[in-house]
Design a protein around this ligand. Sequence first.
Ligand SMILES: [Zn+2]
Length: 501
Amino acid sequence: MVKPGESELDGLLGDVRVDEKNAPAFLFHGKEADIWDDPYRAYHGKTASDYLRERILELHKKGEDPFPGVVGKSQEKAMVKNALLSGSAILFKGRKGYGKTTFSKEVSKLLPEKLLAVQGCKIYDDPTHPSCFSCKRKVLQDEKVEVTWVPRVWMRIPGDPQLTTRQLLGGISIQKIREGFDLDHPEVFIPGRALKANRGIGYYDELGAIPSSLQTLLHELFEEGQVTTTEGDVIPFRIDAIEIAATNPANYRGTNPIKEPLLDRMEEVEIGPPETLEQEMEIGRRNMYLARVRGEDPRMPPWHMEILAGAVRLARDKEESELARVIDSEPSCRATIKLYDHVKSQAQLQGREAPSLADYGERYEVIQLALRGRLEVGYGTREPKERIIEKLVEKAIETACRKYYEKVPEDKFEKFMAEVRSLAKDGALRLTPETAARMKAKPLLGALLKEMAGKQEEFYASAAEILFEAVARCSHHLERHDGGYRLTPNGNGEGRPVEEA
Ligand SMILES: [Zn+2]
C-alpha cells in the first residue's frame, strides 16, 4: 500500500510543468500577472539551450557575429556555434590569458538579460517548469505563486582540488534541521554552484583541478542535467544549464587530468594566442583599465600599441624569433594589456595623453614591470630575464621604426630633412605641443603626421617622435638627445648615407 506521503513525494520527484490552463495564479509584486502575455512571456518556458539556439540562428540569418566581444578567432567561433546548436557541453583548451573566460561570458550574452523566476528560489526556477522541491510544491499546491525578475546566469565553478561535494552540488543545512525543519523539507537542501548555474551558463574554470571523484558526478550532470550521488541517491534536481569548461594543459605534466568519460561528454575547442598583431592590439586596447573599468576611450597611439604588442608576440613566436626560443613560459594577452596600462599611466603622470618612448623607462623599467612576472626563461639560459625583455622591446621598436621609416618616400627624403632642419633650434628638435603645431604646418611632415595621428591632436608629438626615432635608427640623420632629437653631421650633410642592413 502506498502511503499518501510517498505518492506526494513521487509527484515532486517527477517532471513538473504547468501552462495557462493548469497553473496557479502568478503574482508579480503582489499583483496578479498574466505571465503568458507581455512583458513576461519571452522570459520563461524555454531552456537555456532553446534561447541560445534561437539567438544564434537569428544572428546567423542577419550575418552577424554571435560573439562580438571575442576578437578574431573565426574558426573557434564557428565550432562553438556548432556545439551550442547541438546542445553540447564545451571544453576550452588553452593557456591562461587567451580569453577562455571571456568567450564563456560572450556565450552567456546570447541569453536574455533577465528571466522570470519563482521568487525566493535559490536556483532561479522557471515558474512553468520548476526543478527544486520547494518550487514544484508551490506550483502544484499553492493557489498563488510570487514571481520576480532575475539576471542572466553565468556561474563560475572554480577548479579547486579542495572542492567538496557540498560546494559543487549542495548539501543539507544542519541549521535548518535544528530549527525544526524535517529532513525532506525543501529548504533544508542548499544548492551548490553547479546547480546554481540553472537556466544559464555553468563555467568550470580549470576542470582538471576538480577532484576526480567529483568529476565522476559531473558525467551525469553534463549529459542529463541531474546527479546521482555515490550513495545512489538522486539529487532531486534536474537542472537546465549550458556547461562550459576550461583547462590549461600547461598546468599538467603527463596524464590528462580530465577523465576520459567526462572528456567524452564535451566538444573540445582550442583557444590559442591572437592570430595577428592587429587582433592582439585590439584585445589590449579593449581590456585596458581605462576602457574596461572606466568605460573611456583609452586613447593609445597605434605605434605604441604595435611596439608593445609586438614585443609580447616576439616572446611567443618560436619559429620566427630567436628570443622566443629561450622563453619557457610565454606571456599571454594579459602582458599586452598590462604593458598598455603601465605605459599609459606613465604618460599621464607626465601630464600627457599620448605616451612617449621615454615612458617605457630609462632602462625599460615600466616594460619590466609588466613582463617580468609573465614570462619565464628556460633553465640554463645564460642571459638574465631582464636582458631578454630589453631585447624584445628593442627588436619591437626596431620593427615598428622600419615600417614608419618607409612612410617617407625615398625621392622626397631630402625635402623631408629640409623641413626637419627648418624646425630645429641650434640643431635640436623638441617634442612639445608647440613644435608639433609647427610640424603640422610643413607640407611633407605635416601630411605624414596627419596620416598617423588623424584627428587626435594630442598624438602629433608622439607621432613625430616615432618618425624621428625611425630616421635616427634607419638613416642616422638624427639622434636622440635630451628627451628630443638633434641633427647629426649626417643630417646637415650631403646625401643619404647607406642604410644599415
Ligand atoms: Zn525552486
